[in-house]
Each structure stands twice: as structure tokens, then as C-alpha cells.
Design a protein around this ligand. Structure first.
Ligand code: ADE
Length: 246
């Protein structure tokens, strides 16, 4: 997969992409991440990227020309498959990012992320350039850079070969529609707190049942809204009803 990120602050991306899973994915050529400085697509002496809002009001608005030019400088390589290329603006006005969207994006060969800044982006970028707008939550960041990092991390770890064990993806919180069950490692007793006996039993069927039940319980306690969409058996639905009543 290739990911192009358009930003006014390329330095912000240095550290997240040079450690851990993302670094390994880049080193193994499972993903290519290209950071494009929007300022490089300006042609005036001052490299102007923003201007006052028509109609007045506080704050500056990102100009359309450098953003269009930056995207067009990337697009010619893949002109044939242009409909296959998501061009995503990170903005608090976008659709809420989710594991489902991460899966959806991980199926593309290429995507472009545009990091908004200042008070906003000229509406013509929204209307005539981007194919999608994504928000990472109901709060306002100073720009789309951190949001782009979140999206890249969530998408890249889904690419084949990026995680050591594909199985670990299956149990992930949200991949099952449920929050993940509690995990323990050695020692089996720490400060008097012991690991649940079933996990030490070696009985794989019982362990799987316990984990599934814990995942349901945890989801019910913390994110009951997720249970409506989760893929539960009839018996599990009954368990949820019983737990709700108690
Ligand atoms: N830019 C500023 N805030 C944002 C958010 N919550 N999500 C995505 N992009 C943003």
C-alpha cells in the first residue's frame, strides 16, 4: 500500500513512523509512506498557504491551490485507477473513524490523507477534490496530523504480513464487535492477586468460553452500545439479558 500525507508540518511524522510496527512495515516494504509538504506547492515569495476568510471572521483558511496541486502531483502515476484512490480530509466534521473504516481503507492499494489546519480548508477542496472526510473523535485538535497518524496506524496493522500473528487481529477489541477479554501473564500470583484458575487449566474449550463471556461482560459494562451490533449467538443474547437484569 502507498499512503501520501499532505501536511504543513512534515516534522510531526518523523517519530511515529520510525518506531515499532509502523517502522517494521515500512522496512519490509509492506507500506510506503510519503510525506508531502503543502508549502512546497506554493509559488509566491512567502510560500503562502492560507488567507483571510471571505465574509470576515477570525482565523485563516487554507487556500485551495497548493492542496489541489499537491494531490495532482501524486495522481498522474495512478490516473487509470483514480476512482480507486480515496482522498481523505482529516477534520472534526468528518464521519467518525472506526475499525470498520480501517478495514475498508486497508483494502486499497493507495490513499491520500490531507491534514487540515488553522480555522479550516477552502470549501472547494471539500467539494471537488476529496472523496471522504474522517474525524477521529468529537474533540478539536490543532490540525489533522495526529488524526492522520491514528488512521495510518489502524490501517497499516491490518495489512497482510504486518503483525506477527494474524490470529491476534481476530481477537482485537472491535474486530469481534466486542471489547477484548482480560489478559494475564506470569507470575500467576502477584501481590496476592491471582490469575483466574481457568486460564491455568490447559482446557482450551473452557478458556475460549471464559474469554468469550468476559468479552461480553466487559462490553456490557463499558460499551453497551456495541452489543446491539455484535455477532452473538442466541445463547449469548440470553446471557446478556440475564446480566442486564442482575
Ligand atoms: N482535525 C482537528 N480535529 C480533528 C479530529 N477530531 N479528527 C480529525 N481531524 C481533526
Amino acid at each position: 500500500m502507498q499512503i501520501d500525507i499532505l501536511t504543513l508540518f512534515p516534522q510531526m511524522f518523523e517519530s511515529p513512523f520510525s518506531t515499532g510496527i509502523l517502522k517494521r512495515a515500512i522496512d519490509h516494504k509492506l507500506v510506503r509512506i510519503n510525506i508531502c509538504d503543502i508549502r512546497d506547492c506554493t509559488h509566491d515569495k512567502h510560500h503562502t498557504v492560507d488567507d483571510y476568510a471571505y465574509g470576515g471572521g477570525a482565523g485563516m483558511v487554507l487556500k485551495p491551490e497548493p492542496i489541489f496541486e499537491a494531490v495532482e502531483s501524486i495522481k498522474p502515476d495512478i490516473e487509470e485507477g483514480v476512482n480507486m484512490l480515496p482522498i481523505i480530509l482529516l477534520t472534526p466534521q468528518g464521519r467518525p473513524f472506526s475499525q470498520e473504516i480501517a478495514y475498508e481503507l486497508s483494502r486499497y492499494m493507495h490513499m491520500i490523507l490531507i491534514c487540515g489546519r488553522y480555522e479550516g480548508v477552502d470549501e472547494r477542496v471539500r467539494g471537488h477534490l476529496v472523496t471522504d472526510e474522517v474525524s477521529i473523535g468529537d474533540y478539536v485538535l490543532s490540525g489533522g496530523e495526529l488524526a492522520a497518524m491514528v488512521v495510518v496506524d489502524a490501517v497499516v496493522r491490518l495489512l497482510p504480513g504486518v503483525l506477527g500473528s494474524e490470529a491476534s487481529l481476530l481477537d482485537d477489541s472491535y474486530a469481534t464487535g466486542l471489547l477484548e477479554y482480560p489478559q494475564y501473564t506470569r507470575p500467576d500470583e502477584y501481590k496476592g492477586w491471582s490469575v483466574p484458575q481457568v486460564l491455568l487449566s490447559g482446557n482450551h474449550a473452557q478458556i475460549a468460553n471464559w474469554r468469550r463471556e468476559q468479552a461480553i461482560l466487559r462490553t456490557l459494562e463499558r460499551r453497551p452500545d456495541l452489543l446491539d451490533k455484535a455477532n452473538l449467538s442466541l445463547e449469548e443474547r440470553r446471557l446478556v439479558d440475564r446480566l442486564k437484569q442482575s
